[in-house]
Design a protein around this ligand. Structure first.
Ligand SMILES: [Zn+2]
Ligand SMILES: [Zn+2]
Length: 339
């Protein structure tokens, strides 16, 4: 073989090798088709951006945009919450409606162990956590003028520091030991862990399931609720964990790097173009800017689960935590889907 032919052959081979090694267009996590970046409007709404999804799967996500029930964040007026007449949690919000596609996605993860979907579920919780935090900031703001500023800035993306400042910790709904052994993981705990890591909020194992869930079908709504209340208990060390969390947060609030005072719209914040007026001092941004109660500021916890159905699971868990805490504690539900 001549030198020229050798060279040609080698070049051809190395080009083929390079083509094989070059990263191709990312495949959709769910269906394997070619992933497509979100459109400008979608990106602005801070929906899934980091995980590769194709257009079809992206558009299949039934985001909950407008709610009609303040308590559980449902899109329709909700007889369940009226009938319950108060819950142990303050309110609960979910990212998506639990329709047929979401059911299939969750089944692939929970029952077929497709763990690559985990970051997708965690990212899907981010826009709802953003909105919950904005809603909380608005509600805690007593001055209407400052509330308007909060609403204006919160309409855009809140920086991670603002979110970390609002929430003291993340708890999650536990699964039974038998279920954990069978499945190998607790989906609520995994979602909570990823969310906690993203925003720098401590994730605490605070709850245990006292027994395996009994078959719920065929039972009346009330006996189902009663069952659920007895189903969860605080973990043995939960009291100490909450006390330690309360101490560390109180200490951090006094320090110069207080997570509750350190955050303010800085030059890197997406809303820096329109800085809030002088009325919006950093103090105005503190979620606990009011007078603390005699027993101190309430500890504010997120309680994460995959699906909200009747609210009895969240209610049972929140009730178990409130029973062991003699100091004020506020629990807010955050679930991936609303059935
Ligand atoms: Zn797809
Ligand atoms: Zn409701």
């Amino acid at each position: 073989m001549s030198a020229g032919r050798w060279r040609g052959w080698l070049e051809q081979g190395s080009n083929r090798l390079l083509a094989l090694l070059a990263p191709g267009p990312a495949a959709c996590l769910l269906c394997g088709r070619q992933a497509a970046a979100p459109g400008p409007q979608e990106a602005q709404q801070s929906h899934v951006r980091r995980q590769p999804l194709c257009r079809g799967c992206r558009e299949a996500i039934p985001w909950i945009e407008a709610i009609n029930c303040y308590c559980c964040g449902r899109t329709i007026r909700c007889p369940d919450c009226v009938r319950r007449g108060g819950a142990a949690f303050v309110w609960s919000r979910s990212a998506v409606r639990y329709d047929a596609s979401m059911r299939a996605w969750l089944a692939a993860y929970k029952y077929r162990g497709e763990e690559r979907l985990e970051p997708l579920f965690a990212e899907m919780l981010e826009p709802v956590l953003q909105r919950m935090t904005a809603e909380l900031l608005r509600r805690l703001e007593t001055s209407p003028k400052r509330a308007a500023v909060v609403a204006d800035v919160a309409g855009r993306q809140l920086p991670a520091a603002a979110i970390a400042a609002c929430w003291d910790g993340i708890a999650y709904v536990p699964v039974s030991t038998a279920r954990l052994r069978e499945r190998g993981f607790n989906q609520a705990q995994r979602m909570a862990a990823l969310l906690g890591r993203r925003y720098g909020i401590p994730v605490l194992p605070l709850l245990v399931r006292t027994r395996h869930t009994l078959k719920q079908s065929g039972k009346s709504r009330w006996s189902r609720l009663r069952d659920m209340q007895a189903l969860f208990d605080a973990a043995p060390e939960a009291g100490e964990r909450l006390a330690r969390l309360r101490q560390s947060r109180a200490k951090a609030r006094q320090g110069p790097d207080s997570p509750r005072t350190a955050w303010r719209p800085g030059p890197d914040a997406p809303h820096a173009a329109r800085r809030p007026g002088p009325d919006a001092s950093p103090a105005a941004w503190r979620p606990d800017a009011g007078e603390p109660s005699a027993k101190g500021q309430p500890l504010r916890l997120l309680l994460v689960d995959d699906i909200y159905t009747t609210g009895s699971t969240l209610d049972g868990c929140a009730d178990a935590l409130r029973r062991i805490s003699d100091l004020p504690i506020e629990i807010y539900g955050l679930t991936w889907a609303r059935a």
